[in-house]
Design a protein around this ligand. Structure first.
Ligand code: FAD
Length: 399
């Protein structure tokens, strides 16, 4: 007889790890399958750092981020472990911040900053809007002119990404959940019979609910559904200071999280302090090369994905050496056609098959909230955070 679970979650990146944890927490007997070893670097969730922030281009993300902040605070307390680098608070009142300290700076040409400020006001999230020249007064590392406007989100901070992944997986195991690594899912039944039958490389299982959190591999499982996804490979570049004496300006206590959107040039960048490699900021262009047919990275990323960030640095972060990155890593980036997440049943034909994906660029910080929502759907409960905006059904029926 095949082993039976209430839920099988496929893929142990940050989406799957958070989802499995929440399923088990809701009392569902859960199996988490991973095709590679736990902690591998072939997907999107590896590395030491990611950005968290309330500031977002669409208001639907703000409550998901809020749920994640709450969950992380709970886990930090439980595990006695620091899971993100938050801005220093100036008073005991939680929402009183010192705006002169760090947080996230969102710099943009055009009107975008004012739109984001509108969303944050709607959700009563503290923030500040400043002019381009005030950016340089506030942060000595940067140089922006009056074409730019800045928004400071004091809740912006560095996620300790590898620690989040480990924390959710360990807590899942502590609750009695099962993780099977190096065990790829090979096939599953798509008809409406319950339980669903699935086959992995090693075993057969049955399950009431099947949740796909497979990152870029979503294209392998649902080639016929209406949303067309083209995952890409990002060149993740790390850059050092020009002068050794300026290195401290790049560390977590001095370098704010940065999102920079030059809408005139259609170039978007994000930057983090030296959490991954001491002395080197991470600064990446939000664009990349197509993955190979087997979804592996190209051997080397196109030169322009390294040259463009170099040009941005030479124009806007003069303390950093823009001539050549100190190191280049790779990361897989998966977006849906409208660049919003997929959360929910993948097709109305079978409500027992759910998907959580297309988080690229912003999904790490919201993964705890997304995981909770998917688990609640699997348990047949209303979701804590409203996620219907992210329903895969917005792309219409499967073809
Ligand atoms: C360069 C870069 C920077 C980013 N910066 C930020 C940021 O600053 N802030 C932020 O919030 N987000 C950021 N993101 C986005 C975030 O990292 C991703 O949204 C998130 O990691 C996606 O996780 P995932 O679990 O969906 O995918 P993955 O991490 O790729 O996990 C999918 C897993 O499924 C497994 N799998 C696939 N097929 C099978 C199968 N058949 N059987 C079993 N297992 C399978 C894979 O091996 C993999 O482990 C960034 C992403 C990149 C690439």
């Amino acid at each position: 007889m095949p082993k039976h679970y209430d839920v099988v979650v496929v893929g142990a990146g940050i989406f799957g790890s958070c989802t499995a944890y929440h399923c088990q927490r809701l009392g569902l007997r859960t199996l988490l399958l991973e095709q590679f070893n736990i902690g591998h670097a072939n997907g999107s969730s590896h590395g030491k750092s990611r950005i968290t922030r309330y500031a977002h281009t669409d208001p639907e993300y703000v409550p998901l981020v809020g749920d994640s902040y709450n969950q992380i605070a709970e886990l930090e307390e439980k595990r006695k472990e620091k899971l993100w680098k938050s801005v220093e608070k100036t008073s005991f009142h939680y929402y009183t911040f010192d705006f002169s300290k760090l947080g996230l700076l969102w710099a943009a040409t055009g009107n975008q900053v004012h739109t984001i400020s509108g969303h944050l006001k709607k959700h009563h999230i503290e923030h500040e809007v400043i002019t381009g020249s005030q950016i340089s007064e506030r942060y000595p590392q940067f140089k922006f002119d009056e074409k730019w406007t800045g928004l400071i989100d004091p809740m912006g901070g560095v996620i300790y990404a590898n620690k989040w992944l480990k924390a959710f997986q360990e807590e899942f195991r502590n609750l009695g959940g099962t993780i099977r690594e190096n065990e790829p899912l090979i096939s599953h039944t798509e008809d409406t019979t319950s339980p669903l039958a699935i086959k992995t490389k090693n075993e057969s299982y049955t399950t009431k609910k099947l949740i796909f959190t497979v990152g870029c591999w979503i294209t392998k499982f649902f080639p016929n559904v209406n949303f067309k996804i083209k995952p890409i490979s990002l060149a993740v570049c790390y850059w050092r200071a020009k002068e050794e004496c300026d290195s401290h300006l790049l560390d977590e206590n001095n370098f704010p999280l940065l999102i920079a959107k030059n809408h005139d040039k259609k170039e978007f960048y994000f930057a983090l302090p030296d959490t991954d490699y001491p002395g080197a900021i991470k600064l990446v262009l939000d664009d990349g090369d197509e993955l190979m047919g087997d979804l592996s990275h190209p051997r080397r990323n196109n030169k322009s994905f390294i040259e463009l960030p170099g040009n941005f640095i030479s124009n806007h972060i003069p303390v950093v050496d823009s001539a050549k990155p100190f190191k280049v890593d790779q990361c897989k980036y998966t977006n849906s056609p409208d660049h919003h997440y997929l959360i929910g049943p993948v097709s109305s034909k079978n409500p027992d098959i759910l998907v959580g994906g297309c988080g690229s660029g912003s999904g790490f910080k919201t993964a705890p909230g997304i995981g909770r929502a998917l688990a609640e759907m699997a348990a047949g409960k209303p979701t804590t955070v409203e996620v219907s905006f992210f329903s895969p059904s917005r792309f219409g029926e499967s073809v």
